[in-house]
Design a protein around this ligand. Structure first.
Ligand code: DGL
Length: 289
């Protein structure tokens, strides 16, 4: 017998379309589950923001998702996972998972020479969270991080198979190629959209790690453990998948339809700032030049 709430949706969020690479895997592996997706398109990119700001944005989104009565939350964004997962988990009773741990587990396992590259946003690479997680799964791992701040914009622009994107990826990967890595973590959920370009530039001998598959498996186990898996025999009320953004719904819809295995009918725009949790004002004294 499924517990009350087990037929509630799963909340998934990212700064934009990147988290759809995780959402589509959840749709594939857990086809009976409902989902509410939020893309913070008004405030993207997250990767150049401070940790405090990403925590504040994440709290607002969690608050919004809770109004949809989600039973679990997947932070389908490496930057928000690196900056805010710990805080959010401390504050929430409902299960919340991120994407870094799954990626580190896979990479730590598949590497043969223990030389692992990680590409991600400036905030993710700067946080050192990948290094920390990788050492837990493979203490011999040597980790080489590379921030690739231009790639999120190229992915959001839909330039997935473009010579300019290839040139940019080549430049970013140059440093890592000298490190003889055999494994490369795509440490931003936007990057699997550029997978073919990464494959071309990195070559066939480097294993590319996209944690979406493992994140969906982790979610399945978590739901089972907490007796929260959806009851297949119960008629589901409401829409199976709902999509919300903070801006540019039409553009999101267009891109989402090229990423997801089915066409989205509607995307609703909301004002995410309405979900502010506290009076948030910070004062910084500027250094004199
Ligand atoms: N998909 C987000 C991530 O995984 C993108 C970050 C951004 O908005 O800069 O980090």
């Amino acid at each position: 017998m499924a517990k009350t709430g087990s037929n509630a949706p799963i909340g998934v969020f990212d700064s934009g379309v990147g988290g759809l690479t995780v959402a589509r895997e959840i749709m594939r592996q857990l086809p009976e589950e409902r989902m509410v997706y939020f893309g913070d398109t008004a405030r993207l990119p997250y990767g150049t923001k401070s940790q405090n700001t990403v925590i504040r944005f994440s709290r607002q989104i969690v608050r919004f998702l809770k109004t949809k009565e989600v039973k679990a939350i997947v932070i389908a964004c490496n930057t928000a996972t690196a900056c805010a997962l710990e805080e959010i988990q401390k504050e929430q009773e409902l299960p919340v998972i991120g994407v870094i741990d799954a990626a580190a587990r896979v990479a730590g396992d598949v590497t043969e020479n223990n030389r692992i590259g990680v590409v991600g946003t400036t905030a993710t690479i700067g946080s050192g969270m990948y290094e920390k997680a990788l050492k837990q799964y493979n203490e011999k791992a040597q980790v080489y991080g590379k921030a690739c701040p231009l790639l999120v914009s190229l992915a959001e622009e839909g330039w997935l198979h473009d010579t300019i994107t290839e040139e940019v990826v080549s430049r970013y990967l140059k440093d890592l190629q000298y490190k003889s890595i055999d494994t490369l973590i795509l440490g931003c959920t936007h990057y699997p959209l550029l997978r073919s370009t990464f494959r071309k530039v990195a070559g066939e001998n480097v294993t590319l790690v996209n944690p979406a598959y493992e994140v969906a498996m982790e979610l399945r186990s978590l739901l089972q453990e907490r007796a929260l898996s959806c009851d297949k025999d119960v008629e589901q009320a409401g829409k199976k998948y709902e999509f919300f953004v903070s801006d540019a719904a039409e553009k999101f819809c267009e891109l989402a339809n090229s990423i997801l295995p089915y066409d989205i009918e509607t995307v609703q725009q909301i004002n995410i700032e309405d979900f502010e949790t506290e009076d948030f004002r910070e004062e910084t004294t500027c250094k004199k030049m």
